[in-house]
Design a protein around this ligand. Structure first.
Ligand code: SF4
Length: 330
């Protein structure tokens, strides 16, 4: 073959271009492959997220269906406290389910809490408190509703106009001094926790408010300023801490009572307190013993306290008038 330098150069150039084109295709393929890999990984993450959510939903559905088939009875702070004060009162109201009543203080407090909760729920989004007029209207609406639907029996010293005016004053005071100091995160949050597979009751209740520091805050209106020592051992707060730790597997940020003291001149007091793990275990033991007593049908009268009197106990007549100790006729 005759020597043809031009032909050789052309062949080399063609081969170089072909190699460049192949390299460029290879680079594009690599880029596409990397992109596909990223997409696949993103899809896998999404699928994993969906799988986790599906698992959560399955757990929730099976928990709900378990409860629907065989609802686990619950104990709350108020039911434990009632049993500890007077097992007979617990038996009458919670086991025999005799007629119960709401007194004026209870419905006033309920209406005030409802107004505070409505304010807190909207404040989570808006960042500001409702106007005072709106809070007052919420209080009055809630009080009115409670008078209509609840089985109200006012105490001797209670009447509706005073409950209304006092409740409005508390709402105004709350709006001015308490609400602006709270950044709500959880509002009226219901909790229900298992205390173990073999424990016959779940523990339930409602955290009034949990703020941005995970402090569980309970709103109260009281006749007098609480004592710090009492707040430090208050069972209600210990049960709230116990339920928090079981639910979230970590300690709460703190515990706090926001108290409006119903003196002639209203006063706001914030009482901070905390609980240790030992406090929570102690409360757990107490709940276990109360559950043991309830399960055994204990219904002995607990007469030794302010709660056992014709004025304070709604079941006085049923319990004490014309009956023997065991409830039979004299
Ligand atoms: S009257 Fe006293 S003993 Fe009887 S149920 Fe009421 S609190 Fe208990």
């Amino acid at each position: 073959m005759p020597y043809d330098p031009m032909g050789i150069r052309k062949a080399v150039d063609d081969a170089t271009r072909a190699i460049d084109a192949l390299e460029s295709i290879a680079t594009e393929l690599e880029a596409l492959e990397a992109e596909d890999k990223r997409r696949i990984e993103a899809l896998e993450e999404q699928v994993e997220g969906q799988d986790n959510r599906i698992d959560e939903l399955k757990d929730e559905i099976s928990q709900l269906s378990r409860e629907a088939k065989q609802p686990m009875p619950t104990l709350s702070y108020s039911s434990v406290s009632k049993f500890l004060k007077c097992p007979r009162l617990y038996y009458l109201e919670n086991v025999k389910k005799v007629e119960t009543f709401a007194n004026g203080a209870m419905i006033q407090s309920g209406a005030w809490h409802q107004a505070a909760a409505c304010n807190a729920v909207q404040k989570r989004k808006s960042g500001v408190d409702l106007p005072l007029d709106q809070m007052k209207a919420l209080f009055m609406g809630a009080l009115d509703e409670k008078f209509k639907v609840e089985n109200v029996r006012l105490k001797e010293n209670e009447n509706r106009p005073t409950l209304e005016s006092q409740g409005l004053a508390i709402t105004e005071f709350f709006h001015k001094l308490v609400a602006p100091r709270i950044v709500p995160v959880l509002v009226e949050k219901y909790f229900r926790v298992s205390l173990g597979a073999s424990f016959p009751f779940d523990l339930s209740g409602v955290w009034d408010l949990v703020d941005a520091d995970n402090i569980i805050r309970d709103l109260k209106a009281k006749g007098q300023t609480p004592n710090q020592a009492d707040v430090d051992r208050e069972l209600q707060l210990t049960i709230y801490a116990l339920a928090w730790r079981i639910t979230y597997q970590e300690p709460e940020g703190g515990l706090c009572l926001d108290v409006v003291v119903k003196n002639k001149v209203l006063k706001y007091v914030r009482m901070n307190t905390k609980r240790t793990a030992d406090d929570c275990y102690w409360a757990l033991g107490l709940i276990e013993r109360a559950a043991f007593g309830i399960g055994a049908g204990c219904d002995h009268p607990g007469t030794d306290g302010w709660w056992c009197s014709p004025k304070m106990c709604d079941q006085w007549t049923r319990c004490r008038v014309g009956t023997t100790f065991h409830g039979g006729k004299k």
